[in-house]
Design a protein around this ligand. Structure first.
Ligand code: SAM
Length: 221
């Protein structure tokens, strides 16, 4: 049965799958403190549609969902081949089935897919027109009854936005991210592109206890 969130024990088991100490510490802290994984679970936990995770990194979302008992197929897609390799190893060692990963650049291609689509913390690496193309391509993969779930910082004249930009630059300088931030989407842009794609959009703040200017964007078909 799907639980409301992944337990501390399940998070510990996921972190133990990591192939390096840095990934292990990162995974434990990220899954314990970042509210976005439980938010995705809340949005899709009562359905059985497959999920496409664009910019999946080392595949934490899929493992979190399995740890909470959700058994829908998850396809992770990311252009960083070292992260995709780490995700594959972790899912093999986990014994969970139905977690699959593919490497590719979301600016140029996406897997054929129909179901729920998730984009967490990726849009800032794209230009505004690349964001529009990705959003339309992601929306076209949302099945009837499915959702496109996005977490992103939005471009706003606030201190939170400035802290978000600094955080993304630190991730680049520490080599955790291959790319530096390029452009943050605006609320109006997301509402426009997603409603043009036939989805109903809602946008809520999701900064929790962090200083970041993050929002959760839910677009439903
Ligand atoms: C901040 S991380 C978020 C990771 C994951 N979504 C999570 O929340 O745990 C952003 C991810 O987007 C990936 N990424 C950046 N540009 C990309 C692109 N053009 N195509 C595919 N993935 C990309 C990075 O490699 C990285 O894994």
């Amino acid at each position: 049965m799907t639980q409301a969130e992944c337990s501390a024990e399940a998070i510990q088991r996921i972190a133990a799958l990591c192939t390096s100490r840095w990934h292990c510490n990162y995974t434990r802290i990220k899954l314990r403190t970042d509210p976005v994984y439980a938010a995705v679970l809340r949005e899709i936990g009562s359905t059985h549609l497959p999920l496409l995770d664009i910019g999946c990194g080392i595949g934490l979302l899929g493992l979190y969902l399995r740890g909470a008992g959700l058994d829908a197929t998850v396809t992770g897609f990311d252009y960083d081949t070292s992260k995709i390799e780490a995700a594959k190893l972790m899912s093999q060692h986990s014994g969970f089935s139905g977690l699959q990963y593919a490497a590719g650049d979301a600016r140029h291609e996406l897997p054929s897919f129909s179901g729920h689509v998730v984009i967490l913390d990726l849009l800032q690496f794209f230009t505004s027109s690349e964001q529009d193309m990705l959003l339309a391509a992601a929306a076209s993969r949302v099945a009837s009854g499915g959702k496109l779930i996005i977490r992103s910082g939005l471009r706003e004249a606030t201190w939170r936005h400035r802290v978000t930009v600094m955080g993304d630059w630190l991730a680049k300088m520490s080599a955790w991210m291959k790319a530096a931030p390029v452009c943050y989407p605006t609320r109006e842009q997301l509402e426009h592109v997603l409603s043009q794609s036939g989805l109903c959009v809602s946008i809520q703040p999701m900064w929790g206890r962090t200083p970041f200017n993050n929002y959760l964007i839910i677009a439903e078909r």
